[in-house]
Design a binder for this molecule. Structure first.
Ligand SMILES: *[C@@H]1O[C@H](CO)[C@@H](O)[C@H](O)[C@H]1NC(C)=O
Ligand SMILES: *[C@@H]1O[C@H](CO)[C@@H](O)[C@H](O)[C@H]1NC(C)=O
Ligand SMILES: *[C@@H]1O[C@H](CO)[C@@H](O)[C@H](O)[C@H]1NC(C)=O
Ligand SMILES: *[C@@H]1O[C@H](CO)[C@@H](O)[C@H](O)[C@H]1NC(C)=O
Ligand SMILES: *[C@@H]1O[C@H](CO)[C@@H](O)[C@H](O)[C@H]1NC(C)=O
Ligand SMILES: *[C@@H]1O[C@H](CO)[C@@H](O)[C@H](O)[C@H]1NC(C)=O
Length: 850
């Protein structure tokens, strides 16, 4: 659908027939209501009154205890276990406030809680006004008649979330709702599926168990006379049924420009003024942002392939989704600052990502998250918050979920960034592939619960509230095929349908044959350790070894530390310095090298598979690796460390997600190079291959392909040659002594990054030497910008610059240095100096760790 219209000022009163398409604008209409904020300092006490302290609202118990000095940093060393008691206690938040007579003469006075985490009884002046049970809901109550002169007391008594979950489990005696408990290695709490709370707060395979408690969003009183609440969101403009009496929409535009994902165009915003009249006076007046775009999820038959396609069309254009998965960026959401949020999303955009999946085991993110995604062109795949579990379907559970879903869809549907809703994370797969050993005879029971929750309730609500974007019941799923099979497919990982999640830590990640050629890869990844500077503030000297208690404590994935070394050992010599600290930091480095190379190989495989069908599989249209960010300082699949430092993987993503990318791989001893283009127009590219010997910085030979027209949004083979012939033609080269770099060019020069292909594992390479890289100079270019010039004596793979705890980012890092000199820039996020950078800078390359 193409929006039309070009009037300067449009007044929408009765009909919206001027445009077709979907108006994704939102107006939180403020009227002459009087608002009294009740956020700020409250009093917090534990169950028996032995602990009493001031506490900030919005906030949580852990943050308050830490701010008041009752506990250390919960992330320090083993504190997640030491502070386990906090989640077993009951906590009460209390405040007093005055409500003026003038406020109490309004017709309505509402007490509004934007977020209550989680199970609480709310008392106003010793009268119970409500009981809450869902972190993802807002709660509001009419309280005018309960307010009095002078001090009013508001008290929120929380029940331990761990205790509540376990009680709910006990009450559900008819059959179990697995998993009962997380694996021991996660050191977490049980039965999180029985409480509507961030599921990963009871621990996850990348995160600690901190089931905190508190008023995690704002609290306020709202007083008004006539309720004239109008919410405008996702109003289908082609509908003529919408009519607002006394409301007017003033819409200013010369021509409607469309919102595009990052890399495909701009994100033009329109400002919508909303006004209304009462008794001849304009009583409502607000401005809100409006964007225009359409989205379709295309699932239709493909020539030469069984199954169905699975791709997104934005404004009519097929778009390959490039990006990652988002998890909660902090265990204590009140400590997540707007600056941190913005920096993470900026990092995604700066790595050419156009999509993030907000994963279903965390939280529905705050408004700012989606506003930034709107601004930056990040498409959001939004899960509902259910993950890796079966869920109960008692009436009160369903009721609170229904309320949660209605509220969240109404809150979020105005954001153009959100392009799809998905009912849950991996619960179709959990049921289909029997993660929880459910007896065959009981399967129908669980299937019924599954359909009740995600189809009959969540899907039904979404279809009623928001028809402007697609809904999937689960991720991964076979989509339309799952629906055909009664909502749970026999194999939700089928590469011929829908999206897939794929993990293997044992198979060689350098061999693309080990990856499923899926329609859409919504999860895949490998773990690595964060850098030493990230671990240092939460550890002490005795922790700094790969075999320390600390190192195994922070690893929440069974055998994770061993798997990283096994995978790294397939291609690299493992660090073996006799200096313990160096061996530790070298090991952190080698895990990052392994992860970066593995995710690069897999992502490049998906991108080059977008235009092909091979053995019935292909047309891959999405690559969202697991995972973008971290919740604490620990090993995980993330590409960005807690604190914002980029791992090597994130620097690699800058290249492997580039709009124009050459991808090299071997099939049957033949070297193929594909040109992948996300451009809009066809480009005519030439591929240049340069062969280097490991011993020499001067190229051995250079080859060029014929020019190839590559249509925008496609991948095509641009170079093909048997490796033996290529090496023979080049002279004095074998697989062990040489390596390749390659890039694409058009008439205006190089397009996209220079890529490389190793002809053997670097551990077998003959002639790979210590490159003795030296820092020639560091120059300050402007307030925050510095350049670092390196000199190398030989070819050096995976050159890694690290400035310790000076926060900031390099222009590139982890690169293959195949030149004597190389200059990279560094942008500091706080004031620093050439002297400080010189002192802090270390340079490590592959040959330096053994
Ligand atoms: C009060 O509760 C705390 C935390 O649960 C506990 O450590 C303490 O012993 C209790 N004190 C009394 C007097 O019961
Ligand atoms: C928390 O409250 C529940 C319900 O009143 C009670 O059973 C439990 O003992 C309390 N726990 C603590 C630590 O006070
Ligand atoms: C590691 O933890 C175990 C069990 O808590 C303890 O016995 C051992 O002394 C610790 N080792 C070190 C090196 O701290
Ligand atoms: C690096 O320095 C070492 C020790 O001085 C030397 O043996 C080696 O040849 C140097 N590497 C290169 C590539 O020059
Ligand atoms: C590399 O830098 C050094 C010193 O800065 C300079 O002398 C040399 O000419 C440079 N080499 C190349 C190939 O640019
Ligand atoms: C470390 O490993 C390399 C490669 O296997 C080997 O050549 C070297 O001797 C080892 N060094 C030590 C100190 O064990």
């Amino acid at each position: 659908m193409t929006p039309r219209g070009n009037s300067r000022v449009c007044v929408f009163a009765v009909s919206f027939c001027l445009f077709s398409g979907v108006l994704t604008g939102f107006s939180s209409v403020t009227d002459r209501r009087q608002t009294v904020s009740l956020s700020g300092k409250w009093r917090l006490t534990n169950g028996n009154g032995s602990v009493s302290l001031p506490a900030e609202v919005p906030g949580c118990v852990h943050s308050a205890l830490q701010q008041q000095g009752y506990i250390q940093d919960p992330y320090f060393r083993f504190n997640d276990v030491s502070y386990r008691w906090i989640a077993f206690d009951n906590w009460t938040y209390t405040t007093t406030f005055t409500a003026s007579t003038q406020l109490r003469t309004k017709q309505k006075v509402q007490l509004v809680f934007d977020g209550v985490d989680t199970v609480a009884t709310i008392w106003l002046n010793e009268i119970i006004v409500w009981k809450t049970d869902n972190m993802f809901r807002t709660y509001d109550f009419s309280v005018r008649d309960l307010l009095k002169d002078g001090d009013n007391e508001l008290r929120v008594s929380f029940l331990s979330p761990v205790l509540y979950a376990s009680e709910r489990r006990k009450a559900h005696s008819a059959y179990r709702v697995p998993p009962e408990c997380p694996p021991d290695v996660q050191k977490g709490e049980c039965h999180v599926n029985f409480i509507r709370k961030e599921q990963s707060s009871f621990s996850w395979d990348w995160g600690p168990s901190f089931p905190t408690t508190g008023l995690w969003k704002d609290v306020r009183l709202e007083a008004f006379d006539v309720l004239q609440l109008l919410q405008v969101s996702s109003v289908p403009l082609y509908s003529t049924k919408i009519c607002f009496k006394s409301f007017f929409f003033f819409f200013q535009s010369s021509q409607v420009k469309l919102w595009w994902p990052n890399g495909h165009g701009d994100q033009p915003v329109y400002h919508l003024a909303v006004g209304g009249f009462q008794d001849g006076f304009l009583i409502l007046n607000t401005k809100s942002k409006v964007y225009f775009r359409t989205v379709e999820l295309v699932q239709e038959p493909i020539v030469a392939s069984p199954g169905l396609s699975f791709y997104f069309r934005i404004n009519g254009k097929p778009v390959f989704l490039k990006g990652s998965n988002w998890i909660p960026a902090h265990s204590f959401q009140d400590q997540l600052t707007p600056a941190v949020l913005r920096n993470l999303l900026q990092s995604a955009v700066d790595a050419s990502m156009n999509a993030l999946r907000v994963w279903g085991g965390g939280v529905y993110e705050q408004d700012l998250f989606y506003s930034i995604c709107d601004e930056m062109g990040i498409m959001v795949w939004q899960d509902f918050m259910f993950a890796c579990a079966m869920y109960p379907t008692e009436d009160d559970f369903i009721q609170t979920v229904r309320e949660e879903v209605i509220q969240q869809v109404q809150r979020l549907k105005s954001h153009p960034s959100i392009i799809i809703w998905s009912g849950n994370n991996e619960n179709e797969a959990a049921l289909a592939t029997d993660w929880f050993s459910i007896p065959v005879s009981q399967r129908p029971l669980y299937l019924k619960d599954y359909v009740t929750l995600y189809v009959n309730n969540i899907r039904a609500i979404v279809q009623e509230e928001d028809q402007s974007r697609p809904f999937l019941v689960s991720s991964p799923t076979n989509g339309a095929e799952s629906e055909q099979e009664g909502w749970v497919a026999a194999n939700p990982y089928d590469p011929h349908y829908g999206d897939t999640h794929f993990y293997s830590y044992i198979l060689d990640c350098w061999d693309w044959r080990n990856f499923p050629r899926t329609r859409f890869a919504s999860e895949y990844g490998f773990q690595s350790w964060p850098s030493f500077s990230t671990l240092q503030p939460v550890s002490i000297k005795e922790d700094w070894s790969y075999t320390s208690n600390f190192t195994s404590h922070r690893q929440h994935h069974e055998n994770g530390n061993q798997q990283m070394l096994l995978q790294a050992g397939l291609h690299f010599h493992l660090p073996n310095s006799t200096d313990n600290l160096k061996r530790f930091t070298d090991t952190l480095y080698i895990t990052q090298v392994m992860q970066a190379q593995c995710v690069k190989t897999q992502t490049e495989f998906y991108r080059r598979s977008q235009s092909e069908i091979i053995e019935g599989k292909g047309h891959t249209m999405g690559a969202l690796y697991w995972q973008l960010n971290d919740i604490w300082q620990a090993p995980s699949w993330s590409s960005i460390e807690f604190g914002g430092k980029w791992k090597m993987l994130h620097y690699f993503a800058q290249s492997f997600f580039a709009a124009v990318l050459p991808v090299g791989f071997e099939d049957d001893d033949t070297l193929f190079i594909y040109a992948v283009s996300d451009l809009t127009e066809t480009g005519s590219f030439v591929d240049q291959v340069t062969v280097y010997s490991w011993t020499d910085l001067d190229p051995v030979c250079t080859l060029k392909s014929d020019p190839l027209p590559v249509p925008g949004g496609s991948a095509a083979a641009i170079f093909k040659q048997p490796v033996a012939a290529l090496l023979a033609g080049c002279g004095r080269c074998t697989r062990l002594t040489c390596l390749l770099t390659f890039h694409l060019e058009d008439s205006s020069g190089q397009q996209g990054p220079t890529n490389h292909h190793f002809l053997c594992s670097p551990k077998d390479a003959q002639g790979l030497q210590r490159p003795n890289i030296t820092v020639r100079h560091i120059v300050q270019e402007d307030k925050t910008g510095y350049t670092v010039t390196l000199h190398s004596a030989s070819v050096a793979p995976f050159v890694w610059l690290d400035v310790g705890n000076i926060p900031g980012r390099f222009s590139s890092n982890g690169f293959l240095m195949a030149s004597r000199n190389r200059t990279v820039s560094f942008t500091a996020w706080r004031p620093t100096s050439v002297a400080e950078l010189s002192r802090s800078l270390t340079v490590t390359s592959l040959r330096d760790v053994y």
